[in-house]
Design a protein around this ligand. Structure first.
Ligand code: PLP
Ligand code: COI
Length: 366
């Protein structure tokens, strides 16, 4: 696989000959939704065995040509990341912990037998795109420019082995709230399906994990819920994570619990940031297993007072109701609680440059 010592290629820059007209862009930015609109440019970097990373370009966003035998189309050798650029209180623009996304991207690459990308090349690529398309950053509360770096196996070969050619790309999408606006707390469905098993790819951010989550997520939506929550594969008892976010439980005595990283859940950067922020607030936080039966019992007894989902797309979102084959239950008042709100405010204030960045998490781009 690629050595991290490979020299970085400079980006060849090709401006879009016809970027979207300012009025059309403004109409999109006024109501961006999530994941449906895209900025004018994209980054592309190629990798070939023996040559390493080459042909780094930032140019007009558009369709990419792939051989129909490209390995990604057959064996799903694909990984991705998700991070956001945030408008700052001082009028600038910043990324939140992009080096953590770069490190997780390489962890995913190792699990999927793909070449690693030097971390500074990942960050430079993201930065270059944000600066080229900074006019795509929506204003307003909760809005950001969502960045999607990803890597695909492009070699035309149908044998089952790691491909010898790849392409790394970054695209950007103006984003509002992930959940429909005005949702004070989401409702989640406990799936009978399993997301990840020990030894599998649960800790990697690979497209295949999400393909496998589509039927469970569609089932949750068909039953009137917003998200699916998965239990562990072995005992179908321990809460792992949601389809696209990690989960925290808040107890009456102010204790917080989140499921431990053990190879079957995604090591969320928001989850990790909240571990630090909650401890700074004097809260006791532990990473420990928590069972569905206990969740139901604690919600009924009032021992559990709040619960929330967290992730780049979801930020911090209260979970108000839980439903499954064994029945439904409500958490606390069914709406967002105090600690959930406090942690969300702390995190968002740092991301937006409204509170001091004492952990070196914010990378200002201008
Ligand atoms: N879990 C899953 C399955 C996810 O897709 C995500 C989102 O990236 C997360 C957790 C949260 O991770 P992060 O906080 O790094 O966005
Ligand atoms: C993210 O938060 O970046 C994700 O990848 C999760 C998905 C729900 C968009």
């Amino acid at each position: 696989m690629a050595s991290l010592a490979e020299p970085l290629a400079p980006f060849a820059r090709l401006d879009h000959p016809a970027p979207l007209a300012a009025e059309a862009r403004a109409a999109i930015l006024a109501n961006p939704g999530f994941g449906t609109h895209f900025s004018d440019h994209m980054v592309s970097i190629a990798w070939r065995e023996g040559q390493g990373w080459h042909d780094a370009t930032i140019g007009p966003r558009g369709p990419i040509a792939l051989d129909p035998a490209a390995a990604v189309l057959h064996y799903a050798q694909e990984i991705f990341e998700g991070l956001k650029a945030y408008a700052q209180a001082d009028g600038g623009i910043a990324l939140f912990r992009p080096a953590a996304n770069a490190a997780r991207f390489n962890a995913s690459a190792r699990r999927l037998a793909m070449p690693e990308l030097p971390e500074d090349m990942f960050v430079d690529a993201v930065k270059a795109l944000v600066l080229a398309d900074r006019g795509w950053l929506p204003g307003g509360e909760g809005a950001s420019l969502y960045l999607r770096p990803f890597m695909i196996a492009t070699e035309a070969f149908l044998g089952v082995r790691p491909a010898k050619e790849y392409r790394f790309l970054v695209i950007a999408s103006p984003a509002g709230n992930y959940f429909k606006s005005g949702t004070p707390a989401v409702s989640i469905w406990v799936s009978d399906f399993t997301r990840a098993a020990p030894g599998g790819t649960g800790a990697a951010k690979c497209g295949g994990n999400y393909a496998a989550s589509l039927v469970p997520q569609a089932e949750a939506v068909a039953r009137g819920h917003d998200q699916v929550v998965f239990l562990d594969a072995a005992e179908h008892r321990w809460i792992e994570e949601l389809g696209g976010m990690n989960v925290y439980f808040v107890f009456r005595d102010g204790r917080l619990v989140t499921p431990p990283l053990g190879g079957t859940i995604l090591p969320g950067i928001t989850r990790d940031s909240l571990l630090t922020l909650a401890r700074e607030q004097g809260l006791t936080v532990s990473e420990e297993r928590y069972a569905l039966d206990q969740w139901r019992a604690d919600a009924a007894s009032g021992e559990l007072v709040e619960c929330f989902a967290c992730g780049t797309a979801a930020v911090v979102t209260a979970i108000g109701r839980v439903a499954g084959h064994a029945g439904d239950f409500t958490i606390g008042s069914g709406g967002p609680g105090q600690i959930t709100g406090m942690l969300k405010d702390r995190l968002v204030a740092i991301q937006r440059g409204l509170a001091p960045d004492t952990h070196g998490w914010v990378m200002k781009l201008d």
